[in-house]
Design a binder for this molecule. Structure first.
Ligand code: PEP
Ligand code: MG
Length: 331
């Protein structure tokens, strides 16, 4: 099996009916870079920048951050790298930010408190530094910039103003940065963002669906808590409806959309997601061969059939059972 998975690296991510999909990798820590470069992934669809601030004494400055991104962009050799500005709060933590007095304010319910873009809009310098570092690093190759936990278009507008201002400042200083600025997109990981995807798509340059948080917020079940693990189900039709709405809105407004939650690493889930309208997936590098094998075995009709059956299901168990039956029939 190792060998067949290895051989897959050179084969296209193509459905049996001919449509080609984009498979990218998620990067959580720099040590994953060689594995990503080896995996056959077409770029990095989610670079989680939290590692810059974890186990760190101090907040790295613009030049230090640039120095971290630059080799990652270079290693992708022309394939795009989507860098997400820091998503601190909830289950994610950061020594450097805590020490700098930038915190989630000890909310009783951190997942519903100041995290993601909310935190960054309260601590503008942190956001400005990240934008500046990414724009500097963009000289090494194509990048995209992504905002976490957006729940209304106002957050995107305010972030875009800051982004533009940082761009102007760098140009004034004579730093060469791309013109126009690299795409600025949003993660769709709150039900509000998914429900408002049409509005969001008018101002966001791209979408990345984060099914980990989208599942948590839709089902009101903590992604990290074991006692509600059975309730936390990305196959719940409520989550799938939101994914479909997001994909439809992106298509209508001609915006790229990808999916980068854990679901995109699941060979059972990906054909279903194709049926819901997704064509681009970002996953753990180790999942790329298995996901590729799964999609090469199905046609667009198969995917669409799975999706319409899933959307008619009454709960996540029914969807899982349907996908299991489907997978069994393939062997
Ligand atoms: C998600 O929420 O699905 C996601 C990809 O972001 P993270 O897991 O980093 O919260
Ligand atoms: Mg998330």
């Amino acid at each position: 099996e190792r060998q067949t998975l290895g051989r897959l690296r050179r084969l296209p991510a193509r459905l049996s009916s001919g449509e080609v999909l984009t498979l990218q990798a998620n990067l959580e820590i720099p040590a994953e870079l060689p594995m990503i470069a080896q995996s056959g992934a077409a770029g990095i669809g989610l670079l989680r920048s939290e590692f810059l601030f974890m186990n760190a004494e101090t907040v790295p400055d613009e030049i230090q951050q640039e120095a971290v991104y630059q080799p990652m962009i270079t290693a992708m050799a022309g394939d795009p790298v989507t860098i997400r500005v820091v998503d601190w709060g909830s289950e994610k933590n950061s020594d450097a930010l805590a020490r700098a007095g930038i915190g989630d304010g000890g909310d009783t319910n951190p997942a519903l408190g100041i995290r993601g873009i909310r935190l960054l809009l309260q601590h503008r310098t942190l956001l400005e530094t990240q934008f500046a570092a990414i724009l500097r690093a963009a000289r090494a190759g194509p990048v995209r910039v992504m905002l976490p936990l957006v729940s209304s278009v106002g957050e995107l507008r305010r972030a875009r103003e800051i982004y533009a201002r940082v761009g102007r400042r760098l140009r004034r200083k004579g730093v060469e940065i791309p013109d126009p600025l690299p795409p600025l997109g949003v993660m769709i990981e709150t039900p509000a963002a998914a429900l408002m995807a049409d509005v969001m798509a008018q101002e966001a340059d791209f979408f990345a669906i984060g099914t980990n948080d989208l599942t948590m917020y839709t089902l009101a079940a903590d992604r990290a808590a074991t006692d509600v693990a059975a309730l936390y189900d990305p196959f719940h039709p409520a989550v799938l409806q939101l994914v479909r709405m997001t994909a439809d809105a992106a298509l209508r407004q001609r915006r790229p959309v990808s999916i980068c939650g854990e679901m995109a690493s699941d060979p059972l889930a990906v054909p279903l997601l194709v049926g819901l309208g997704l064509r681009s997936f970002s996953m753990h590098a180790s999942a790329v061969p298995r996901v590729k094998r799964a999609i090469r075995a199905v046609s667009m009709d198969d995917c669409r059939r799975m999706a319409s059956r899933a959307l008619e299901a009454v709960d996540g168990q029914e969807v899982s059972a349907m996908l299991d039956t489907y997978a069994a029939s393939m062997h």
